[in-house]
Ligand binder design. Structure first.
Ligand code: DOR
Ligand code: ZN
Length: 431
């Protein structure tokens, strides 16, 4: 099976044709389609390495009313993703080889994106005893990232043990940084808006205190550490300083923290409730600058689908989290200056190459070059779109961007050479 991608803009290399054969890039140049090849007209489109998400809640097993591996990876493909890392807070929790293998198998059966399970750090995400990290790493799912996301690994002794353990096989702990004693009962960012609305606040220092502690722990143990969804200006400074000292630390930022602020809570619409919460203009500006600069390594969606009964209720009763997969690229481009002015190579680095490196996914995050797996995304930089929740591929509709016009569209996504999205639409038949 071969496909000729005709006349795409290849980052830094100008316009070229890319021939994909048997799942890999075969040739790049001025090419004519071989007999039997399909041709995809990529005139005016940018060819990116397929996007990689470090932080996706697929909700299966256990909450198939909110999302399934199939619908979540369909949303991923529509967003330009070729690989997603599935968070461990499913029911049952992904804390054994059996559950991570099941999630990986569901991903293969769906066929829309590679699904790399993340294993829990602690049994049942309870923060007390280490889960079977080695068994998950040795399993067919080859787990490399471990996270209790949704919860912080707040016991410093457990965190130390986890960092020491994964170091032996090149694994990574991804920390949801939240000192739980500082966020008890919290509903939104602590600041002027929470005071005005009378909602209990989630202080930024609850994140920063854990990030600072874990930088020190990782440095002491000589392990690497990754921070999920960082959300404050001060966290950026702690990470900047840690990197300058040579600590092996990486961090991700979510699209919503690059665009929205706690002012959105004035609506009392729970679609804006998320953990960590939306912060202030100052934080948004610091995160954008850190993303452009590389202090923040990657954009990760924290795609958190929720069923209507968990969101269409009053703010305090609603679960935190928002959809992300289908809007992440648009918002990243907007946050990096817009389709005309952003550096597309930085877009590729933060949404694809860096997350693929962090997740140890060598087949992903590779620019098209002969021999590389053809995990690729074609983007139209000149077309914008309006977010209509009911038109999203996700099973849930809790997007905070409903009705917003966003820049750039994903025209095609190729997973090992096979189109999962063409002409901006899902290819329904996957074999
Ligand atoms: O807002 C959030 N939602 N933050 C998390 O850490 C977990 C996630 C979820 O699972 O819904
Ligand atoms: Zn989290």
């Amino acid at each position: 099976m071969s496909t000729l991608i005709k006349g795409a803009d290849l980052l830094g290399r100008g316009r070229a044709d890319v021939l994909v054969r048997d799942g890999r890039v075969a040739e790049i140049g001025t090419l004519t389609a071989p007999a039997g090849a399909e041709t995809v007209d990529a005139d005016g489109l940018i060819l990116l390495p397929g996007l990689v998400d470090l932080h996706t809640h697929l909700r299966e097993p256990g909450r198939e009313d909110a999302e399934t591996v199939l619908t979540g990876t369909q949303a991923a493909a529509k967003g330009g993703y070729t690989a997603v890392c599935a968070m461990a807070n499913s029911y049952p929790v992904a804390d054994t080889a059996g559950v991570v293998e099941q999630v990986a198998a569901l991903g293969r059966a769906a066929g829309y994106a590679d699904v790399q399970p993340i294993g829990a750090v602690s049994i049942g995400l309870a923060g007390e005893r280490l889960a079977e990290l080695g068994a998950m790493a040795d399993s067919a799912a080859r787990v490399r990232i471990f996270s209790d996301d949704g919860h912080c690994v707040h016991d410093p002794r457990l965190m130390r043990r986890a960092l020491e353990y994964v170091k032996t096989f090149g694994g990574l702990i991804a920390q949801h940084a939240e000192e739980p004693r500082l966020t008890e009962g919290a509903e939104m960012n602590e600041g002027a808006v929470s005071a005005e609305l009378g909602l209990p606040g989630w202080p930024s220092v609850a994140e920063e205190a854990i990030v600072a502690r874990d930088v020190l722990l990782a440095e002491y143990v000589g392990s690497r550490v990754h921070f999920c969804h960082i959300s404050t200006a001060r966290t950026v400074e702690i990470i900047r300083e840690a990197k300058a000292r040579g600590v092996d630390v990486t961090a991700e930022v979510c699209p919503h923290h690059l665009l929205l602020t706690d002012e959105a809570a004035h609506s009392y619409d729970p679609v804006f409730k998320v953990n960590p919460p939306l912060r202030t203009d100052r934080d948004v500006a610091a995160l954008r600058a850190a993303l452009a600069e590389g202090v923040v390594d990657a954009v990760a969606t924290d795609h958190a689908p929720h069923a209507p009964q968990d969101k269409d209720c009053e703010w305090a009763a609603a679960r935190p989290g928002m959809l992300g997969l289908e809007t992440a690229l648009s918002i990243t481009v907007a946050a990096l200056g817009g389709p005309e002015d952003c550096d597309w190579d930085t877009v590729a680095e933060r949404t694809s190459r860096a997350p693929a490196r962090i997740a140890s996914l060598p087949g992903h995050g590779r620019d098209p070059e002969p021999g590389a797996e053809a995990n690729l995304t074609l983007v139209d930089p000149s077309e914008s779109w309006t977010v209509v929740p009911s038109e999203l591929a996700s099973l849930s509709q809790n997007t905070p961007y409903a009705g917003m016009e966003l820049p750039v569209t994903v025209q095609a996504t190729f997973l090992r050479g096979r189109a999962t999205v063409l002409d901006g639409k899902l290819v329904e038949e996957t074999e």
